[in-house]
Design a protein around this ligand. Structure first.
Ligand SMILES: NC(=O)c1ccc[n+]([C@@H]2O[C@H](COP(=O)([O-])OP(=O)(O)OC[C@H]3O[C@@H](n4cnc5c(N)ncnc54)[C@H](OP(=O)(O)O)[C@@H]3O)[C@@H](O)[C@H]2O)c1
Length: 243
């Protein structure tokens, strides 16, 4: 059976690993045929990921979009529906962070963070949800963070945005339950991805890898429709970094 799956931020890091794990699952589960719609702002990244997904036997399409721009969100959803007629899964993974002491953060840092993490996530979900509500099935994942539940000193804006995402998730779950739509909040601790820039070898050694997040996410999707994994909290075994 074909599954139309939109993954935002699919060009790098955790989003890329999610795309590849969905593609690989099609080799294990023969009735699972993922059609992956890979979204980000960088075409070359998406082309490379699409190529890897196709090599695993999945169908992969690319839509270039900045989710901070609501017109581009509208375009992303209408293009998907024109091409494929429905949406079975949305992975709200695209996110940004600017990590500095609270006193050094600027208006630009604020607007940049909130435009993607809050506004983009909210309006993309709002646009996709009615498609799932109407057919009474679907699954929406949110990659928030452990920073959606606890604060770190250099993460004031990032935490604000992630706490905000968690509030939104808890509200949308109230709608989703009544129409059979599954909502999963994925809260990872530190994962070694381009978001971190340069990291020391010592730090890398205690961080998780993107596939540590993507593997349980794909398993949650493949569980029977009657089952909803509401939260996945995944930390490095030694605990949070900068604890
Ligand atoms: N890495 C961690 O330790 C960690 C821990 C907990 C949670 N998370 C969360 O996990 C998610 C993925 O993080 P990551 O570490 O994989 O980040 P990453 O390596 O920086 O990758 C982020 C991806 O999102 C895309 N993106 C960013 N802003 C976008 C926008 N406005 N519109 C469309 N695409 C956008 C980026 O591509 P372009 O820049 O090309 O658009 C990129 O493909 C984020 O929500 C992050 O907050 C990460």
């Amino acid at each position: 059976m074909q599954h139309i799956i939109i993954i935002t931020g699919a060009g790098k890091g955790i989003g890329k690993a999610i795309a590849l794990d969905f593609a690989k699952a099609s080799q294990t589960y023969h009735d699972f045929e993922p059609l992956l719609i890979l979204v980000s702002r960088t075409l070359s990244d998406l082309e490379a990921v699409a190529e890897e997904c196709r090599a695993c036997g999945a169908v992969a399409d690319i839509i270039l979009a900045d989710i901070a721009d609501t017109e581009q969100i509208d375009q992303l959803v209408s293009t998907t529906l024109e091409r494929y007629g429905t949406i079975d899964c949305l992975v709200n993974n695209a996110g940004v962070g600017r990590f500095k002491p609270f006193t050094e953060l600027t208006v630009d840092d604020y607007e940049y963070t909130m435009a993607t993490n809050l506004k983009g996530t909210f309006f993309l979900t709002q646009k996709v949800f009615p498609v799932m509500e109407k057919k009474r099935s679907g699954h929406i994942f949110f990659i928030t963070s452990i920073a959606a539940e606890r604060a770190f000193k250099s993460s004031s804006l990032y935490s604000m945005s992630k706490f905000g995402q968690k509030g939104f998730i808890e509200a949308i779950r109230l709608y989703a339950k009544s129409c059979n739509v599954r909502i999963t909040n994925v809260m990872p601790g530190a994962v070694y991805t381009p978001m971190w820039g340069e990291v020391s070898a010592e730090m890398k050694a205690v961080m998780m890898m993107p596939e540590d997040i993507s593997t349980p996410l794909v398993h949650a999707y493949l569980l029977p429709q009657r089952t909803s994994v509401e939260e996945l909290v995944i930390r490095p075994v030694c605990g949070d970094i900068n604890e």
